[in-house]
Design a protein around this ligand. Structure first.
Ligand SMILES: Nc1ncnc2c1ncn2[C@@H]1O[C@H](COP(=O)(O)OP(=O)(O)OP(=O)(O)O)[C@@H](O)[C@H]1O
Ligand SMILES: [Mg+2]
Length: 364
């Protein structure tokens, strides 16, 4: 991995017009994506993960979304201001996206192998016959059964899960510079999930693809991510290397997320749950949006929004606890107790990158 930024998101704010008023879905997001790195974005449902990354490919609904501020810089261009035509040539070629919902981006009237082969023919200068072989090979890799026959099928002849795999094959076929994967494997079984995560890791190592990976599964984060951004109520509240986020988390929200992570020996039903619910973004609260749910909240949290405090050159957290005058607070025992478990996860990541990923899929 080198240190070049392939993408820079600056001060991004996005809202939606709704019947109730304006929903401030993304409220001042900053991050950069480096060449060949995987950045995971985590956070509860509704925190703005999908909206901020859809903005990168300009896939937000035109009818009610408003870009309030910000820049998305890719190769000296601001993706928010280039023409639709320029954006079209970037989308799917340079920047590919795998969604939760697969039907939207498949062409219903084209055999699936052609949809997979198209970017291979167009961008890699490969003859059609060879591209067809490669398409069939990719279909096999993403777990589509019997691709020697099914490659001629149309999207409607596949089940939802199989269409999801076709879409993943298309995204991988273009060998994009940036791959945005929005919970790409949540609906798939563990074996196929592991295969797809491996494919993404291969692409990253061979092509220096940069990946933005959105997931609720912190086990997958530990196995995939170089860096992690934690989102809450439309903002990034903590960002750092995977090691920093797992071993030295600073934001009480990150503590809560980590404590609610399933591990091999703690089952979903016994997990910690962060009390309360996120704020209504029609009327974002004054101060720190997490304060009402935060056992460690200080008086100032209810008055003033904290800045992003620097922990290291790579680690930042938006909490008043990092102010020099704040009291010393240690994370809850549960977070400390889990460090040993992450150790195991990170070990499997290291093994998997050496032997090609056999160890992936340790979710309990
Ligand atoms: N088209 C839309 N119109 C109105 N509000 C929207 C629209 N799309 C998203 N929102 C709102 O924006 C906020 C952020 O949504 P987003 O989809 O980015 O959340 P998320 O972090 O991806 O959640 P999840 O983990 O459930 O996918 C939510 O409050 C959501 O209700
Ligand atoms: Mg989402």
């Amino acid at each position: 991995m080198d240190n070049t930024n392939v993408l820079e998101v600056k001060d991004l704010a996005i809202s939606f017009k709704t019947f109730e008023g304006k929903v401030q879905a993304v409220r001042g997001v900053n991050f950069e994506l480096k060449k060949g790195e995987t950045l995971a974005i985590v956070g509860e449902s509704g925190s703005g993960k999908s909206v901020s990354t859809k903005a990168v490919n300009r896939l937000l609904p035109k009818k009610n979304s408003i870009i309030e501020s910000g820049q998305i810089l890719y190769e000296d261009k601001d993706l928010l201001t280039i023409s639709d035509k320029e954006m079209q040539s970037i989308r799917g070629n340079d920047i590919a996206m795998i969604f939760q919902d697969p039907m939207t981006s498949l062409n219903p009237t084209m055999q699936v192998w052609r949809q997979i082969a198209e970017p291979i023919i167009a961008h890699q200068n490969v003859p059609a016959e060879k591209a067809k072989d490669k398409a069939i090979e990719l279909m096999k890799l993403v777990g589509i059964k019997n691709p020697e026959q099914t490659h001629k099928h149309y999207p409607h002849q596949f089940s939802g899960g199989m269409r999801q795999r076709v879409m993943i094959a298309i995204s991988l076929a273009c060998e994009p510079k940036i791959l945005i994967a929005d919970e790409p494997t949540t609906a798939l079984d563990v074996t196929i999930q592991a295969q797809i995560l491996n494919l993404m890791n291969d692409l990253k190592h061979k092509m220096e693809t940069s990946i933005i990976f959105i997931t609720h599964d912190l086990g997958v984060v530990a196995q995939m991510a170089d860096r992690v951004a934690v989102m809450y109520a439309g903002q990034i509240v903590e960002i750092g290397t995977a090691d920093e986020i797992f071993y030295n988390p600073m934001h009480p929200y990150t503590w809560g997320l980590l404590a609610s992570m399933p591990t091999l020996d703690i089952h979903q039903t016994d997990l910690y749950n962060i009390p309360g619910s996120p704020p209504n973004l029609l009327h974002p609260p004054k101060g720190d949006a997490f304060a009402p749910r935060n056992d460690y909240a200080l008086a100032i949290d209810f008055e003033q929004e904290p800045e992003m405090f620097k922990v290291t050159d790579t680690h930042y957290a938006k909490t008043w606890l990092l102010h020099p005058d704040a009291p010393d607070v240690t994370p809850p025992a549960e977070v400390i107790r889990r460090k040993a478990k992450y150790e195991a996860l990170f070990t499997s990541k290291k093994i998997s990158s050496q032997v090609g990923g056999e160890a992936i899929g340790s979710r309990g």
